[in-house]
Design a protein around this ligand. Structure first.
Ligand code: UT7
Length: 343
């Protein structure tokens, strides 16, 4: 006689945040410095975006260099030198081939770990976090290092004031470990989505298979990042608000339960509109955009590390993460901030 199957399968393993770190290049560029060569001003940039300065990687510094810096700090803060997988969210890999994550893993002493890049522009970190949580839930990994790193300055048209003032370089990282859904630090449900029908709103036209290598260099403008800012603003507010509401519903949280909204740092006005739409007081939004600008896939882990270091995120605080980016893509999740021994 066969043994009867248990009536309730064991609950899936949860991914628990257990370390956080970040890395910025040493050079900060102020609004006034940009305004010297662009038809712009500190007053315009601050009032329309909330940005005061951003960090820019010097020639010779690649995305992997920042990723290694953030990853090493996150591993140290988690108290473990070892993980089973390294996921790198980036729009600016070191080169088109191979992926940047294996080199980052090797430089962190993690040769042998699974390592791959995740490409979802400014939503990349949320997508990578969901992917890491999925590896843990599936039993494919017990510990995962999730990094968001960008050298977005390498894509910017220095003469395009509508993008050159917004983006900055940097990296942030978290470590996830297998645990229980009821533990502090456990990632809640995810809401992820995309709308490729509007891909033209955020693009770099050249460098891929659509414009093949032909021996003739692509037009310079096609190699630069291009964005329809006004339209993207509207989508960002709409998509992040809907995604945040959806994930709160799935988690069984009300808007008033959220202690900290840590959203993608695209524009302070976008963050405030999202908070208003979801019903979260603006004072509960954490923002570091004034100091680092929009760092795309790095923005959420950079913000988490700074909020943790500043003592804003304290054990037990309920945190909502939400992001929006090119693709179009969006995603959200929630977690309760872990204890001091864990982050
Ligand atoms: O990371 C995820 C994706 N990115 C985003 O979510 C960013 C979304 N978009 C935005 O944050 C905003 O749309 C921008 C910051 C890009 C632009 O702000 P805006 O308030 O939407 O400005 P606008 O594009 O409507 O432009 C208003 C005016 C225009 O001049 P006219 O046509 O009214 O004479 C622009 O040419 O401001 C002008 N302008 C500038 N002026 C000074 C645009 N950029 C600048 C600038 N300095 N840097």
């Amino acid at each position: 006689m066969s043994t009867p199957l248990p009536s309730h399968p064991p609950p899936p393993r949860a991914a628990v945040l257990t370390g956080v770190g970040s890395c910025l290049p040493p050079t900060a560029v102020t609004n006034d410095e940009l305004a010297e060569r662009l038809d712009s001003s500190d007053a315009w940039i601050r009032s329309r975006t909330g940005i005061r300065r951003r960090y820019v990687a010097s020639p010779g510094t690649a995305t992997s260099d920042l990723a290694v810096g953030a990853g090493a700090k996150a591993l140290k803060s988690s108290g473990t030198p070892d993980v089973d997988a390294v996921l790198l969210a980036t729009t600016t890999p070191d080169r088109p081939c191979p992926a940047t994550a294996p080199a980052v893993a090797a430089r962190l002493g993690l040769t042998g770990a699974a390592a791959y890049d995740v490409s979802a522009v400014c939503t990349g970190f949320l997508y990578a976090l969901a992917s890491g949580a999925g590896l843990i839930a599936a039993g494919a990994a017990d510990r995962v290092l999730v990094i968001g790193a960008e050298t977005f300055s390498t894509l910017l048209d220095p003469d395009d004031r509508s993008t050159a003032v917004i983006f900055g370089d940097g990296a942030g990282a978290v470590v996830l470990r297998a645990g229980d859904a009821a533990e502090p630090g456990a990632l809640g449900p995810f809401d992820l989505g995309s709308d490729g029908g509007r891909e033209e709103l955020i693009t770099v036209a050249a460098g891929g298979s659509r414009q093949r290598l032909s021996g003739v260099p692509p037009a310079t403008r096609d190699q630069y990042f291009a964005m329809e800012g006004k339209e993207v603003f509207r989508h960002a507010v709409r998509r992040m608000s809907a995604s945040a509401r959806s994930v709160l519903g799935r988690a069984g949280w009300r808007a008033e339960d959220v202690d900290h909204l840590v959203g993608h740092q695209a524009n302070l006005r976008i963050t405030h509109h999202v908070a208003d739409a979801v019903g979260i007081p603006r004072r509960r939004c954490f923002s570091n955009i004034a100091e680092v600008g929009n760092t795309a896939a790095a923005s959420i882990p950079l913000a988490l590390d700074q909020a943790h270091a500043d003592g804003v995120l304290t054990p037990g605080g309920r945190v909502l993460l939400t992001a929006f980016g090119g693709g179009l893509t969006w995603g959200s999740t929630v977690l309760t901030w872990p204890g001091p021994d864990r982050a």
